[in-house]
Write a protein that binds this ligand. Structure first.
Ligand SMILES: Cc1ncc(COP(=O)(O)O)c(C=O)c1O
Length: 397
């Protein structure tokens, strides 16, 4: 095994690309006297509306908030069910519980981690109201069969597009034809506003309601009440939340959005380089891109450790990488095996085998536009060294 020096600096799992234009726009916002929801949020919404070909665009302070609004507008009745993926960030699922829904999981494809339409179909009952597929890691889920299931059973389709800003399903930009799709602008995402999210929605009535619920359920937001010509009066239409995005956040987002294509192109280059570097490392198995036509946004580069080949588990493997100054991510341990869901629903191992197999083996390698090819080479060399050290006798070469 080739010898090489340990990096001096920690290689973060993720780092946002923040440049002069974002910084200057934030400063302009701070100096303008208007820092909460206002003209910059309106501009970011307009940008998303244009980009999506005319969808309603509602900026929120996180994708979690956006998913909550999407689910809240279903007005679930006790006992009504929502189907989603067990391989997601907890907020996708927590929101179902918060909206008094019954959580139902459908297993994912073992190689792509996209929800399986046939598992969704077999999970539908007379009480099902909605399906929340997750466009996992920046690849699209298989929307055509999911839409077909939803149409036949009269279900709502809420797309968790937190990873998928810029993803295409065939010729369709994710979000551009959705009933509801929600993007995340968390700092590790393909574009950021610090924290934040955007809802795209094709239904103007539902959009109006989500917009109102975003800000206390009142008839006018602060910009409309306090800006020149605005009237401070308001009326509560229904109790709502405090999920509005700040202009300070949108100031970052306006410039990030302009660079989205170049960010995503760089992510793609880096992902392709990982595939090349990992070709002779069979113990590290990247997710496979789906076999239907798509454009991947490469939000994450998720790999699975062949735990039959080495004598340490995934968690210890991640620690060994950390000792070599490499940060990794965990996207995601299966939600059905988390305490709350196990105890409430009696979910246990064996129920969603593909999710569980991946849940025990997956982790994410550093991937972001500022990453350099030599960083990737260092990561892959370290992967090989650790595998060599812990290789089980008789396994592999
Ligand atoms: C699949 C998925 N859905 C929803 C969210 C929530 O996004 P946010 O952090 O913007 O609330 C995340 C965040 O990582 C996510 O990965």
């Amino acid at each position: 095994m080739e010898k090489f020096a340990k990096r001096k600096e920690f290689l973060a799992f993720c780092r946002p690309t923040i440049q002069r234009d974002e910084i200057e726009e934030v400063v302009a916002s701070l100096e303008s006297g208007w820092i909460t929801t206002g003209p910059k949020v309106a501009r970011l919404e307009e940008d998303f509306m244009q980009w999506s070909g005319g969808q309603e665009a509602i900026a929120v302070n996180s994708a979690t908030a956006g998913l909550h609004l999407a689910l809240a507008t279903l007005d679930l009745k006790p006992g009504e069910e929502v189907i989603t993926s067990p391989i997601t960030w907890p907020s996708t699922v927590n929101n179902i519980e918060i909206c008094n829904g019954v959580t139902v999981f459908a297993d994912v494809d073992r190689q792509t981690l996209q929800i399986l339409p046939e598992s969704v179909e077999s999970a539908v009952t007379g009480r099902t109201r909605a399906v929340i597929p997750v466009h996992f890691a920046g690849a699209p889920c298989d929307l055509a069969p999911l839409r077909d299931i939803c149409r036949r059973h009269n279900l709502d389709l809420i797309e968790d597009a937190a990873h998928a800003v810029g993803t295409m399903y065939g010729e369709e930009l994710v979000g551009s034809k959705s009933e509801v799709a929600v993007f995340s602008f968390h700092p590790i995402k393909n574009m950021t506003t610090g924290e934040g999210g955007m809802i795209l929605c094709s239904d103007s009535e539902r959009s109006r309601r989500m917009r109102r619920l975003r800000f206390h359920g009142i008839s006018r937001d602060a910009w409309k009440r306090y800006a020149k010509g605005g009237l401070p009066q308001y009326e509560v239409i229904e109790p709502g939340y405090k999920y509005n995005m700040l202009d300070i956040q949108a100031a970052i987002g306006i410039h990030q959005f302009r660079k989205l294509d170049s960010f995503n192109r760089r992510r793609k280059e880096l992902a392709e380089n990982y595939f090349k570097l990992l070709k002779d490392v069979p113990e590290i198995m990247p997710l496979l891109p789906p076999d239907y036509p798509h454009r991947h946004a490469w939000h994450l580069f998720v790999v699975r450790l062949d735990t039959d080949a080495v004598s340490i588990d995934r968690d210890e493997f991640m620690l060994r990488l950390q000792e070599k100054n490499i940060g990794t991510g965990l996207h995601f341990p299966a939600v059905h095996l988390q305490k709350y869901y196990r105890e409430k629903y009696g979910f246990r191992r064996g129920m969603f085998p593909n999710a569980e197999w991946n849940s025990d083996r997956l982790f994410s390698l550093p991937l972001y536009p500022l990453l350099e090819e030599e960083d990737q080479e260092y990561v892959v060399r370290c992967l090989k060294v650790i595998i060599e050290k812990y290789r089980k006798k008789g396994a592999g070469c």
